[in-house]
Design a protein around this ligand. Structure first.
Ligand SMILES: [Zn+2]
Length: 514
């Protein structure tokens, strides 16, 4: 497994890593058991040079660090090419260079002869080998070049092997190949080139991973890709998908088996560093990868987990999730409640009341898939018949426009045990003002709520089913710095709906978060 998140991955829109980010990701990949980590292109920017400088001082347990660059330029001796020099100065055990396979590029883009291109490849590989490096030769446009002129393509790959390349990687640089072509051309390379054959694919037609698997089945055993499929255009081959496919579906040896359980964490970690929202539909590791919604599916999964799952979610460090929806029957609620930590079974007397209540609320427009904290509160209230920690006895919110500014003011009357408090706050909107007033009222009783912070606030207008006024559903997300939870409120009035979601959020924190 050869990871190029730090080089090809950063070609993707919205992906940027500082040197410190790159070092953290490299540590994580190393601990996970990735075999090669391509750190960057020292010839392209000072940031990458700095990364290699820092990386050279560290010890990596499993991974070898690779510097990426190109073959020597035309009409210049390899030892005089400054870009090649920088590759050696990066002091990495592995150097990966790319070169041209496709005559179209040789003639029209770098404008040199077919013969000189072959020499550029052979010279550069040999020079790097003579300097003690493990050399990966990336054959750019390998498949397009082979389809255009197979004899020439083969001669460029053979030149790399003659120069001593440890791996010749066939690259689908434009990402337009189909798995059957990749398999056929990889087989040809296996037969005609006397060294290990690698594969580097892009996902332009949605088959980046499928193409890598096709090459592996045709004999390749070196796969290049990126975490979460970051990369130019639609991205590179996604290693997070490829790894479990190689290990669990093709039954091949790859990263250590114990690492698979850290796959979801690795995927989330890299998104976190890149500041990209985790793709919930990502195969294997997404939040919905093992989520069950339909009542019949849930019922079956409860009896025999593998009846609707191709693999156990914990194999890759993911979790089974049961989605609550009005499609669902009692099995859903029982499993969901157990997942939330309640001791609920099919025989719990309160189960019927809980089910009825949830159906009633869903009909009114409540939705619990993104608001599990509200659901947990609801179940707890119906199971335990206890008083909430505080009660809002009344509130008032107003808004005025003073010359240039709109200011909102809210006051809230709250009852905690037998004590009333009455507080006022201002905000840039009515919800913000109410939130401020409510927290001020509660802060003296519950000091820990100072840590709470709203991280998301979403409003949706629901179609009116009854022909009366349209309803508003508010979903909010709160964090205490350690974990996040979602709550929901529904009303014909947006302020009222928001206050419900806010109240649920604080109650959940006080009652269920220990
Ligand atoms: Zn690429």
């Amino acid at each position: 497994m050869y990871d190029t998140t730090l080089r090809d991955g950063t070609q993707g829109e919205g992906v940027n890593f500082s040197v410190a980010d790159k070092l953290r990701i490299a540590d994580k990949l190393d601990a996970f058991g990735i075999h090669f980590i391509e750190g960057g292109w020292p010839g392209s920017n000072p940031r990458d040079i700095e990364f290699f400088h820092q990386a050279a001082k560290r010890k990596y347990k499993n991974a070898k660090i690779a510097a990426f660059g190109s073959t020597r330029r035309k009409k210049i001796a390899v030892e005089d090419d400054p870009q090649v020099r920088l590759l050696l100065e990066a002091k990495t055990p592995v150097v990966t260079i790319f070169g041209k396979t496709w005559l179209l590029h040789v003639k029209e883009v770098i404008k040199t002869s077919a013969k000189e291109n072959v020499e550029m490849i052979r010279d550069t590989v040999r020079f790097l080998k003579d300097n003690g490096r493990y050399v990966v030769y990336d054959a750019e446009h390998a498949f397009d070049g082979f389809k255009d002129d197979s004899d020439y393509a083969m001669s460029t790959w053979q030149a790399a092997a003659e120069g001593g390349a440890d791996v010749v990687t066939l690259c689908d640089t434009n990402g337009g190949c189909m798995p059957s072509e990749v398999a056929r051309i990889t087989e040809a390379a296996m037969a005609g080139v006397d060294t290990r054959i690698g594969i580097h694919t892009h996902d332009d037609t949605g088959v980046g991973v499928a193409n890598a698997l096709a090459a592996i089945e045709a004999g390749s055993d070196h796969v290049q890709g990126t975490v979460n499929g970051y990369g130019e255009r639609t991205g590179n081959c996604n290693l997070i998908t490829t790894i479990p496919n190689v290990v669990l579906k093709l039954g091949r040896r790859s990263v250590p088996k114990t690492s698979l359980r850290k796959l979801t964490e690795l995927s989330q970690f890299v998104d976190e560093i890149a500041n990209i929202r985790h793709n919930q539909r990502q195969p294997w590791v997404g939040a919905t990868a093992f989520a069950h919604k339909g009542g019949m599916h849930v019922n079956a999964v409860q009896k025999v987990a593998h009846s609707f799952e191709h693999e156990r979610p914990d194999t890759v460090g993911n979790n089974r999730r049961i989605l609550v929806s009005d499609l669902a029957g009692r099995s859903n609620i029982v499993m969901k409640a157990q997942e939330l930590g309640f001791k609920l079974t099919n025989d719990t007397p309160e189960l019927k009341a809980i089910l009825t209540k949830i159906k009633e609320l869903e009909h009114e427009g409540y939705e619990y898939e993104a608001a599990e904290a509200s659901l947990a509160l609801l179940i707890r209230k119906l199971l335990k018949h206890e008083e909430p920690p505080f009660k809002i006895e009344g509130y008032h919110a107003s808004m005025r426009h003073d010359g240039n500014f709109a200011i909102c003011q809210a006051n809230v009357k709250v009852k905690v045990e037998d004590e009333f408090s009455h507080t006022v706050a201002e905000g840039d909107g009515p919800v913000n003002a109410l939130d401020g007033a409510l927290r001020a009222a509660l802060a003296s009783h519950f000091k820990k709520i100072k840590k709470l912070e709203l991280t998301d606030y979403k409003v949706r207008i629901l179609d009116s089913a009854s022909g009366t006024e349209a309803k508003t559903r508010v979903l909010i997300e709160t964090t205490d710095g350690k974990s996040q939870w979602g709550t929901v409120g529904v009303s014909e009035n947006i302020v009222e709906a928001s206050l419900q979601a806010l109240t649920d959020s604080i109650e959940y924190y006080l009652m269920l978060k220990k």
